[in-house]
Design a protein around this ligand. Structure first.
Ligand SMILES: [Mg+2]
Length: 296
């Protein structure tokens, strides 16, 4: 059982990075433009508006690794530790950084603020996209998941829609890692949508922007409507829009369900091998790290 958990956790994190690298090519494109240019885009070839090298990842994976690093290096969660790790990442001049993320990190660097101002404009997917290491860290003691998640989200995104979606995504991927059962995920999502039907993906309208509801609906539509990891991730990134983040989150869920065997070998070979090594080490470290939390 323990090995199953490790294997699905690792597959989720690696496929998160693969979805990021694959989706970066089609970010901000329309499905029609993607079809005209690539037919079906399913190879990690880089390019896109960021002119990425094939196999490189973007802010989604880099910020996840940053928060994972902070949990390990600080021997647990501290909000200052997480914010400082984001600040170190920003100093390295990342290939991409969202405007809300930048504003939040600048506020930390200049004013030591670890809680951004509440804003209805902070309903982007930039906090949800980096929360998977928190899931891995909290698997051993889930009572801390909500508080750590909200704390790390609010460093840059202080918005209840972002909070809700990030929490439910965490619950879903936890259930998938622990059970490998798609119905467990469906139960959680159905319950959530009952409470807030505006997140429902049942009549998916193809909107795949970085707005958290669009991301949530896109990912859930393709996750539940597909029968393989390949299909889930490829259909998501071929929807364009915020294709790297949506591809990463879809990849995380698909990896947790289908495991390592579900990930195409050519994706694992194409991914930046330093990223593969960091993710593998971090997955093991986060699952084993003792729970220790200082929120303020
Ligand atoms: Mg990105």
């Amino acid at each position: 059982m323990k090995n199953d958990v490790f294997e699905r956790a690792l597959a989720a994190y690696l496929c998160f990075a693969a979805g990021d690298a694959l989706g970066a090519t089609t970010e901000f494109m329309l499905p029609r433009e993607i079809r005209d240019k690539y037919g079906i885009h399913d190879k990690i070839i880089g390019g896109g508006w960021l002119h990425l090298k094939a196999g490189n990842v973007t802010d989604d994976t880099e910020m996840s690794l940053a928060i994972g690093d902070s949990l390990i290096e600080n021997g647990g969660y501290t909000v200052q530790g997480a914010a400082a790790s984001f600040a170190r990442w920003m100093k390295k001049k990342p290939v991409d950084i969202g405007s809300t993320v930048r504003r939040g990190i600048v506020n930390y660097v200049t004013k030591r603020s670890v809680v951004s101002l509440y804003s209805t404009f902070s309903a982007g997917n930039g906090a949800a996209m980096r929360n998977f290491p928190v899931v891995l860290y909290c698997l051993k003691d889930w009572v801390w998941f909500e508080e750590i998640t909200i704390s790390q989200c609010h460093i840059t995104h202080n918005n209840e829609l972002s909070d809700m979606a990030t929490l439910v995504l965490g619950e879903v991927v936890k259930a998938l890692i622990e059970t490998g059962d798609k119905r467990a995920a469906l139960d959680i999502v159905s319950e959530f949508i009952k409470k807030d039907p505006t997140f429902s993906h049942s009549k998916y309208n193809g909107e795949a922007s970085g707005y958290i509801k669009d991301t949530f609906r896109t990912v859930m539509h393709y996750f539940f409507d597909s029968d393989s990891l390949y299909e889930t991730v490829v259909r998501t990134v071929n929807q364009g829009g915020d294709a790297d983040t949506n591809g990463a989150i879809a990849g995380m869920l698909a990896g947790a369900l289908y495991g390592m065997d579900g990930i195409p070998q050519k994706w694992l070979r194409a991914l930046d091998q330093d990223v593969v090594r960091l993710i593998t080490k971090q997955t093991e470290d986060l699952l084993n790290a003792p729970m220790n939390v200082i929120l303020l």
